[in-house]
Design a protein around this ligand. Structure first.
Ligand code: SDX
Length: 426
């Protein structure tokens, strides 16, 4: 054991191995702790606990670094497409042109959704949130595609089917919620343009995909594609550890992402900015509320469990916002309000002392508004982007020979052994 940590407990000394990652991160391997010492660890929210060893994504919260399979997201946002980045995350390497063409053909071949699934949408109440619908529909895919995911080609088929159909399901739910005709995927359109076309094409007003918006959507989904062991990815790994099918594990990830502290923040940011604009731009009271310990209000789109500096994705999204709105000659008061709010927060002692900076959700809603995406679908957009990451992380755990059922321990603080008291004596 060349690198280790010592625990001294009740006069006895225990040595535990220290694991070092390829970027120099270190962890105490506590897998033998309970057996050696009878002790377990306690870490609410797992802020100090690593759940796995992974080679997919590297983040540095202190330096604001994010890399997929070693490639900085800045490079991928500049040069790659979402489908190429999805291939990279899932297969571990960038595809050759031939491999990418094959992948795109598979995505197209799997882009249609079984016609019977359209009936499901008719039975959701009209005001249903698209994230609840998406989680249910992805789970329902298993009923239509029950292949066992035991062999390589079955998994590959399931992976491309999910990547393609989740995008179609999202666009379908929007069209049906509007009472409009469902627009089918087109084999001649690449992934992102196909989605925008399915969302906005109509028999009376044909949709022309705008190259700026297609590029912005590729950047948006590339930046959302993975983020190591965040809440929803951990949900996919934990649910997947029971050896349930991939659709169910992804459905659990969608549910976890929905929360306003996680992926639901992009919708919450737009609602917060709209409220400020409605209240004559009263930023002071928002900042005051965010700093008030007795007020549960948080400045949405600010702060991060890992990034203690500017989220590198927020920087790229902000630049993309400026470029897209300028090119499309869109004036969005919410963008100006976001910039003013950011400026005020970044010069406020409370936010500086707490290392609170804009995260990916702070500006992302502005781009989605420019595309015409309705606010209640913003987190669905996050989910489609995160899907390759969820799949890659699920696959990595499934390929791990030491893959075990996730089952944390606890420290019990309830009543000690008590007697049952018959109801008439209580
Ligand atoms: C995502 O994990 C990932 O990688 C997630 C994600 C991904 O790509 O998967 O990056 C996507 O979920 C981004 C985060 C989106 N959520 C929001 O924007 C919601 C607003 N942010 C916060 O709720 C908060 O910052 C969290 C939930 C993101 C992180 O919270 P932590 O790490 O649990 O920290 P905490 O709640 O313990 O806060 C630490 C301190 C507290 O003050 P003290 O009690 O120590 O004095 O910072 C304060 C908090 O009150 N604080 C905030 C704040 N965020 C933290 N105060 C005001 N506004 C905020 N936004």
């Amino acid at each position: 054991m060349d690198d280790y940590a010592k625990i001294i407990y009740k006069g006895k000394t225990y040595k535990l191995p220290v694991v070092t990652g390829s970027e120099g991160e270190k962890a105490i391997d506590i897998s033998t702790l309970r057996q050696k010492t009878g002790l377990i660890t306690l870490d609410p929210g797992f802020a100090n606990t690593g759940s796995c060893i992974s080679s997919i994504t590297f983040m540095s919260g202190e330096k604001g670094i994010l890399r997929y399979r070693g490639i900085p997201v800045e490079e991928l946002a500049r040069h790659s497409t979402f489908t190429e980045t999805a291939y990279l995350l899932i297969n571990g390497v960038l595809p050759t042109r031939k491999e990418l063409n094959r992948f795109s053909v598979l995505l197209n071949d799997n882009s249609l959704v079984h016609e019977d699934m359209q009936i499901f949408y008719q039975n959701f109440p009209r005001a249903s949130h698209p994230m609840g619908i998406l989680s249910s529909m992805v789970n329902a895919l298993r009923s239509f595609y029950p292949e066992l995911q035991t062999v390589e080609e079955e998994i590959n088929k399931t992976v491309t089917r999910l990547l393609s159909k989740m995008r179609t399901l999202a666009a379908m739910s929007y069209k049906i919620s509007m009472g409009h005709k469902v627009i089918y995927p087109r084999p001649d359109l690449p992934y992102c343009a196909n989605f925008l076309n399915m969302m906005f094409d109509s028999p009376v007003k044909p949709y022309r995909t705008h190259k700026e918006l297609v590029k912005a959507l590729n950047v948006f989904w590339i930046l959302h594609a993975d983020h190591e062991q965040n809440c929803s990815t951990s949900a996919v790994r934990v649910v997947g550890s029971g050896r349930v099918n991939l659709y169910a594990a992804i459905s659990a990830g969608i549910a976890a992402l929905w929360g306003p502290l996680h992926g639901g923040a992009n919708q919450a940011v737009i609602e917060m900015l709209s409220d400020i604009v409605k209240n004559n731009g009263d930023i002071d009271s928002v900042i005051k509320r965010a700093k008030d310990k007795n007020d549960p209000f948080r400045l949405m789109g600010f702060g991060h469990r890992v990034y203690k500096t500017y989220d590198p994705r927020a920087k790229i999204i902000k630049k993309t916002c400026d470029r897209v709105l300028k090119k499309l000659k869109i004036k969005d008061p919410l963008l100006d309000m976001a910039k003013e709010l950011e400026e005020r927060a970044l010069t406020d002692d409370y936010f500086i002392e707490h290392n609170l900076y804009p995260n990916i959700d702070f500006y992302s809603g502005i781009i989605l508004r420019a595309m015409g995406i309705p606010t209640n679908m913003f987190t669905v957009m996050f989910a489609i982007g995160r899907l390759p990451g969820w799949i890659a992380q699920w696959q990595e755990s499934a390929d791990d020979p030491k893959w075990r059922l996730s089952r944390p321990r606890q420290i019990y603080t309830g009543p000690t052994k008590s007697k049952y008291i018959p109801i008439d004596e209580r």
